[in-house]
Design a protein around this ligand. Structure first.
Ligand code: AKB
Length: 329
């Protein structure tokens, strides 16, 4: 689709006032630092602010996105230029409590978009996911294949994409987003089906091995967090007139679970990785793309991944080793 957007703002200048929802999660904590480093005035929000140093010394607000009055009050108080809307419950946790997942992901996104409209937010950046896709996919999955998700997480992310596009068309909101692959970083993930990938590294470092909940031939798109953060910033700063759509596939690498296990054995010598597929999570993995086609992102805003599996392993392993050591103290 062709997106229509709101008034042009100073997207390429630093010093934007940026609010991040769901800031205490795997993406949020790293994104806060990336935004601060580029000179944005950053405000964080989540259900509860993290304790101690984890809050990075930034202003934090308690925000339950399922409460429209809370969302309105925070937007009215802060009047952000840009909102990164990350607050969501992921796929595996989502299947344990689908109604709560609907409330957080679906109602929460509606509340954020509505507050953005009411309080003059210039741009909303949305984090979508490979979970918007469902069974019967081609080997390389483009942006516009039919979206038939099997999880409540996927259903609500499809709806979030469509709601944002509606606000873009109807209200001129500058709504943009990426479909993230499974992400790996030095912050442990919370409740995703792609978690087997980072856990292979982390548990091998912490305990010497890991029993993965998937088959060795499972294959989904994955990405290292620095690429994911750069995508969120670069998409936000891209000239609007170049964007032919609101939501973009982005891709980096697509190893099988066995290939990740082999890679972990290279960087964590002696790691014992075994496979014991969990039927529910395996079915979710089997319904997701094996590889994403990100041609549109490459064409419209010059997206390119910088990290492959081997480079990521070399960079990530010492960071996860430090995390595992702290966990053992
Ligand atoms: C999940 O596994 O639910 C997430 C995702 C792929 O969006 N990491």
């Amino acid at each position: 689709m062709t997106a229509s957007h709101g008034p042009v703002g100073p997207h390429t200048t630093p010093g934007r006032k940026v609010l991040v929802t769901g800031a205490g999660g795997q993406v949020g904590l790293d994104l806060l630092q990336a935004l601060r480093a580029r000179g944005d005035q950053v405000f964080a929000s989540d259900l509860a602010p993290p304790s101690g140093d984890a809050g990075l010394g930034l202003p934090w607000s308690s925000l339950d996105v399922t409460r429209a009055t809370q969302v309105d009050a925070l937007f009215a108080e802060l009047r952000p230029d840009v909102v990164y809307h990350l607050a969501a419950i992921l796929s595996a946790t989502g299947e344990r409590d689908p109604l709560r997942t609907y409330a957080v992901n679906q109602d929460g996104t509606l509340h954020v978009l509505e507050a953005a409209r009411k309080f003059g937010v210039r741009q909303v950046i949305f984090t979508s996911t490979i979970a918007v896709f469902g069974p019967g996919l081609p080997p390389l999955v483009g942006d516009d294949v039919p979206l038939r998700p099997t999880t409540m997480y996927g259903v609500t992310k499809v709806a979030g994409e469509l709601l944002g596009e509606y606000y873009s068309r109807r209200h001129g909101l500058d709504f943009r987003g990426v479909r993230f692959p499974g992400l790996l970083s030095a912050v442990l993930p919370g409740g995703g089906t792609s978690d087997y990938a980072p856990l292979m590294y982390y548990e091998s470092l912490r305990t010497g091995g890991y029993e993965a909940f998937c088959r060795p031939d499972s294959q989904i798109p994955l990405m290292y967090m620095p690429d994911a953060l750069r995508a969120l910033v670069e998409l936000s700063l891209a000239p609007r007139e170049r964007l032919g759509r609101c939501i973009y596939n982005i891709a980096a690498f697509s190893p099988t679970a066995q290939e990740i296990a082999d890679e972990v054995a290279r960087v964590v010598p002696g790691a014992r990785i075994t496979f014991k597929p969990d039927p529910a999570r395996q079915a979710i993995l089997d319904s997701w793309p094996r590889a994403l086609d990100d041609t549109c992102a490459r064409r419209d805003w010059d997206w390119r991944p910088a990290w492959d599996l081997a480079r990521m392993s070399d960079d990530l392993t010492p960071k996860l080793a430090a995390l595992a050591a702290r966990a053992g103290e």
